[in-house]
Write a protein that binds this ligand. Structure first.
Ligand code: CP
Length: 345
């Protein structure tokens, strides 16, 4: 039996698949009625172990607009607590094992999309992505990662699509100047997981952009992910450069990608994490900083804390790509569903 395709990280898609998906996403965006019966008879299960606005609604809308049927389930209210450890005597709180839940759901749906909830105690544990890995292992249908501890591939798909539309396609043989992106850490009292920053970093390096990574001391991204991004940049003709501060990072770039992420050094220790963040309270994107770029545009995966991470003036101004970026989740996820389920538009 052929293994079914999963999307756990963007590594699961070849360059050719990505190219095909972006072309399809363009057509789906231009004509929202395209493929409206393509998923007729298809049921997609969406499991959320933590909150979501964009991923949940864009995925459900994508399935419905392609003629499929989404089943949307939220942990704690809609289904039983799950055990992930193998070989346990299940006499604790969880009455159901993920291997049973995945097998049962696979008999009802054609694809399972899951947003797990990392434990947030030890980065060494959460970086292993065991929960999404268990769903992929035990399900008999394709599994899509809707944001795990390590990766957010759906966000990265829309991010790359947005970058291509804003900057044009970057190719290793292109004659124009190499386009530059600054992935800029921003202050927030409730930083997001590192997943979106990881996926964007690797995806942008793989796409051949020059990526500047700007963050305060102690906010390094996962070492192996940075090494993977560097290798991807080497293969694509891109470049990964570390910047010492926001000024250095943003000077001359075409796109500022703002994102707050938690410190992996103080992961699981809220008090230490908060005191480290407090030292970088001025890491905020405003017009003055944006003006240092090359007519720079702003991206952010959202949710965004206004006037803490980015000022109102930038979010609502002509440099902002935030709402286009969020809207792009829909055609990209439609294209992904058609590709993973082997359906044409
Ligand atoms: N960017 C993103 O994934 O948004 P949600 O968490 O609202 O889904």
């Amino acid at each position: 039996m052929e293994p079914h395709p999963n999307l756990l990280s963007l590594d699961d898609l070849t360059d050719g698949q990505l190219e095909h998906m972006f072309e399809l996403a363009e057509r789906l965006q231009a004509d929202p009625t395209l493929g409206r019966d393509a998923l007729a008879g298809i049921t997609v299960g969406l499991l959320f172990f933590r909150g979501s606005l964009r991923t949940r609604s864009s995925f459900e809308a994508a399935v419905a607009q392609l003629g499929g049927h989404p089943i949307n389930l939220t942990a704690h209210t809609d289904f039983w607590e799950l055990e992930y450890r193998e070989g346990r005597v299940m006499d604790g709180r969880a009455p159901e094992h993920v291997r049973d839940a995945a097998r049962v759901l696979s008999s009802y749906v054609d694809l399972l999309a899951v947003r797990p909830a990392p434990e947030q105690r030890k980065w060494a544990v959460d970086r292993a992505d065991q929960q999404i890995g268990a769903w992929a292992k035990f399900a008999n249908v394709p599994v899509v990662n809707m944001e795990s501890g390590l990766w957010h591939p759906l966000q990265a798909l829309a991010d790359l699509f947005t970058l291509r539309r804003a900057l044009g396609r970057q190719t290793s043989g292109s004659s124009g100047p190499r386009r530059r992106i600054c992935l800029a850490w921003t202050h927030s009292p409730t930083p997001a997981p590192v997943s979106a920053a990881h996926s964007l970093l690797v995806a942008a390096c793989r796409a051949g952009y020059e990526v500047r990574l700007a963050h305060p001391p102690g906010f390094d991204l996962d070492e192996q992910v940075v090494a993977q991004a560097r290798a991807a940049a080497g293969a694509s003709g891109g470049e990964l450069v570390h910047a010492t501060d926001l000024h250095d990072g943003i000077d001359g770039v075409d796109v500022v990608y703002a994102r707050s992420w938690e410190s992996l050094e103080t992961y699981g220790d809220p008090t230490l994490s908060a005191s480290r963040r407090a030292k970088a309270g001025d890491w905020r994107i405003d017009e003055r900083l944006m003006a240092r770029g090359n007519d720079a545009r702003l991206m952010h995966a959202m949710p965004v804390r206004r006037n803490v991470e980015v000022t109102d003036e930038v979010i609502d101004g002509p440099r902002s790509l935030l709402f286009e970026q969020a809207a792009n989740r829909l055609p990209c996820q439609k294209a992904l569903l058609l590709d993973l389920l082997g359906r044409g538009a």
